[in-house]
Design a protein around this ligand. Structure first.
Ligand SMILES: Nc1ncnc2c1ncn2[C@@H]1O[C@H](COP(=O)(O)OP(=O)(O)OP(=O)(O)O)[C@@H](O)[C@H]1O
Length: 247
């Protein structure tokens, strides 16, 4: 179980997150909110890459900072950035990541083949990642996130910049991961998570506005047209403001 206890993050005079308290059990969660809502900040705090200004993140009841490598071994994370590993082949990149995750040499090759097959990149495993399409790179990021069968998987905008076909492919891979683990997927593309997330967490200006199943959110917020309508009702004004500012 993952617990966020009164998480606050301030960047100078900007409050990115304010008193966020959440408890997550097994399942797929969609973290939904407009640009600047605090999604990446929250994910970076959960993965231990950013330190909160206040509050604590606990895994199985213990603060993650006190757990170090033990926490990293149960965590899989696909960040937003691409292009960092363009000069690696898929196999080299995955063995590098497997080593960082503490997966033994003996287990590595089997595990690498498993994750390559999972994201359908086996055939291109000896090509440089720099030659991959955007969708293939994104699948590569998912492959490294699932190395070692982590119990907690955090995917930051896994479909950013992808065409609809590749988006569906990624969505199906995420669905295939569900089971005995926690999967948290941030996005502002409603269709990415509407059909796969058991629960949606709505984040606005650093605060959790609501969290519930798609069905319940539709009931509560009058979204007869599904999650997209809920999104427009909850965030509509901000989205319009943001586009007016040219953001
Ligand atoms: N390193 C930083 N320094 C200063 N402000 C920051 C920093 N990182 C994030 N912020 C601010 O914190 C707020 C939340 O940003 P964050 O990137 O977490 O939002 P987001 O929901 O992930 O947005 P997007 O959908 O655009 O990725 C924004 O106002 C952002 O400008």
């Amino acid at each position: 179980m993952l617990e966020l206890r009164e998480i606050t993050k301030k960047y100078k005079d900007k409050t990115a997150l304010e008193q966020v308290t959440l408890t997550l059990g097994k399942g797929i969660y969609g973290l939904l909110g407009p640009n600047g809502a605090g999604k990446s900040t929250l994910m970076n705090i959960i993965t231990g890459n950013v330190r909160p200004t206040g509050g604590a993140v606990c895994w199985q009841g213990k603060e993650i900072r006190a757990q170090g490598a033990a926490y990293r071994s149960i965590l899989g994370y696909a960040p937003q950035q691409q292009g960092l590993y363009d000069n690696f082949t898929a196999v080299r990149f995955l063995s590098y990541m497997a080593t960082l995750k503490g997966i033994s040499r003996k287990e590595q090759s089997g595990e690498i083949e498993r994750v390559l097959d999972f994201v359908n990149l086996t055939d291109v495993r000896n090509r440089f990642i720099g030659t991959y399409s955007g969708g293939m790179k994104q699948r590569m990021l998912i492959a490294q996130a699932v190395l070692g069968k982590p119990e907690l998987i955090v995917l930051d905008e896994p479909t950013a910049g992808l065409d609809p076909k590749e988006r569906v492919r990624i969505r199906e891979r995420i669905r295939a991961l569900s089971g005995e683990r926690i999967i948290l997927v941030s996005t502002h593309v409603v269709s990415d998570i509407e059909t796969i997330a058991g629960e949606i967490i709505l984040l606005r200006e650093g605060k959790v506005v609501d969290r519930d199943s798609v069905e319940k959110l539709c009931e509560k917020h009058g979204g007869a047209g599904g999650l997209e309508e809920v999104y427009m009702r909850v965030f509509g004004e901000e989205e319009r403001d943001a586009s007016a500012d040219g953001i």
